[in-house]
Write a protein that binds this ligand. Structure first.
Ligand code: UD1
Length: 478
């Protein structure tokens, strides 16, 4: 950029900077040395400032939220239902035909866990401590074996963790999967603003600080990645969307896929798994019908009167809690507007302070888009209720609720339940209350495969008092 180009560039962005209350940047740029001016102007020109002119779509959502209704329909797993096997078989055929790919959103910062680095490298399991990424890779290995198909795995990263995530996969040899079955794509960054001065945050003297634009940023990143065509050419029709933080989730669930495709309550566009919410203050998104449209509304947006509201049976009125697992049809996804609503929140963020020339933490306005805002665009979005103990053990906070400890306990409880159900109650009863069990997922992944593994001596149950923590694995002989 020569001087003339640069001055033109500055004139072009001046108007928009004034509109978004960032005129201070013009003066700031003028005070910088030439090379820094160039960097800043080039970066500022790339920011979609218009987005912030009407910057709080949450206000529109709130207008009619007081008239929200609880969703009328929710489908449960009912093994007695004669249609159960119809949906299950259809789902299985769909997976076997290679029509389902997996989509992991892993671009978040994991700040609540106070963990440096991508959350996907955090230990997923209590004893082996394998990472969340490896844990999901194991689930994919097992599914490939079960269904005899190579599964495509899309992993969304963000500018903050893209490089390190890819490096982690590479250095772990893609956890035994083929490198070309895993497709990384990176969401975009958005600027944030100092909550007191409203000035846009900097990363360093000549760079704006960018933060991930929320998992709703998936849409524009996916559209521009060209992956949709690649997947279509390979026959993929449905994406099974999941978050990096819930090890218990069935990431590929044939019955859910069958329901999504053929249930009269589904338009086969987008379907979501829920659990029943039991605590009014649980931090989960809630399904609500607002203005005849099904929506998923984030917990911090729902007014507390509605969070507490109870129905005639004294149950929470809004109790369809999202576990952030969705099935989305590729054509539907591609037909949706990429600019999903933008939500504003206030969060402590690190940024470069001009006066002290240091990185400081201060309250800031951060903006993001949510993937689940696709739901109101579907004709009949399906909601499918699963049991918490089967599919929800998130790792979100450092301690207490939704912490690694609580997730590890829930994972261990699930194995104990399986063992009881297949006839090993006395072994489980002999365990101490706080004894933790982990099962090597590759050797056994559900009740039936666990029974087979024990009967065939692939897995041996050791003396219950052998250790405080018991790892059940084919490689572990007692
Ligand atoms: C999320 C859901 C909530 C649901 C709960 C269930 C949101 C906003 N809320 O809450 O409705 O009930 O899980 O556990 O999703 N991510 C990105 N890019 C980003 C931001 C996040 O890929 O820019 C990914 C994260 O890596 C993570 C997931 O999205 O896998 C969830 O993000 P987070 O913001 O932690 O949502 P929660 O508050 O946990």
């Amino acid at each position: 950029m020569d001087f003339e180009e640069m001055s033109n560039g500055l004139v072009e962005i001046k108007d928009v900077l004034i509109k978004v209350g960032q005129e201070w940047l013009i003066e700031y740029i003028n005070e910088r040395p030439l090379d820094q001016q160039q960097h800043l102007i080039a970066q500022i020109a790339q920011v979609d400032w218009q987005t912030f002119i009407k910057s709080n779509d949450e206000e529109d959502l709130l207008v009619n939220i007081q008239n929200a209704k609880a969703p009328l329909y929710e489908v449960k797993r009912d093994l007695q239902d004669p249609l159960y096997s119809v949906y299950h078989d259809l789902g299985e055929q769909t997976i076997k035909a290679g029509k389902v790919a997996l989509l992991l959103v892993a671009g978040g910062l994991g700040s609540r866990l106070s963990f440096e680095g991508p959350k996907g490298i955090y230990p997923a399991r209590p004893i082996s401590k394998i990472s969340l990424f490896e844990h999901f890779a194991q689930k994919i290995h097992v599914a490939q074996k079960q269904y005899g198909v190579e599964l495509k795995w899309l992993v969304m990263t963000s500018p903050q963790n893209d490089e390190i995530t890819k490096l982690f996969f590479r250095s772990h040899r893609y956890f035994g999967l083929k490198s070309d079955q895993i497709h990384f794509f990176c969401q975009n960054g958005l600027v944030a603003f100092d909550a007191q001065s409203n000035q846009v945050l900097l990363e360093k003297e000549d760079r704006l600080q960018l933060y991930p634009d929320g998992h709703g940023g998936m849409l524009s990143a996916f559209k521009s990645s060209g992956l949709a065509q690649i997947l279509k050419d390979q026959g993929v029709e449905i994406l099974s969307y999941f978050q990096v933080d819930n090890p218990l989730l069935k990431i590929l669930d044939p019955y859910f896929i069958g329901l999504h495709l053929k249930s009269p309550q589904s338009s086969a566009q987008i379907s979501s798994k829920i659990v029943e919410k039991t605590r009014s203050n649980e931090k989960v998104g809630l399904f609500m019908e607002i203005d005849q449209k099904m929506r998923l509304v984030e917990y911090h947006i729902v007014p507390s009167s509605l969070l507490e509201e109870r129905d005639e049976q004294n149950q929470l009125k809004f109790r369809c809690a999202s576990i952030a697992a969705h099935l989305v049809n590729l054509d539907f996804l591609m037909s949706c507007e990429a600019n999903l609503p933008l939500y504003k929140s206030i969060k402590p963020l690190y940024s470069f302070e001009i006066e002290s020339k240091k990185e400081v933490l201060k309250p800031a306005f951060k903006y993001e888009r949510f993937f689940f805002d696709l739901i109101p665009s579907a004709h009949r979005p399906l909601i499918y209720q699963v049991l918490r103990e089967d599919e929800f053990a998130p790792i979100k906070n450092r301690i207490d609720v939704d912490s690694p400890e609580s997730s590890y306990l829930l994972q261990s409880d699930q194995i104990k339940t399986w063992l009881r159900n297949i006839g090993y109650e006395s072994w489980v009863d002999a365990l101490e209350e706080d004894q933790i069990i982990e099962l090597n997922y590759i050797d056994a992944w559900d009740q039936e495969s666990l029974l087979l593994a024990i009967q065939s001596n692939k897995i041996t149950l050791p003396h219950p008092k052998v250790d405080k923590k018991i790892y059940l694995s084919a490689a572990y002989h007692f």
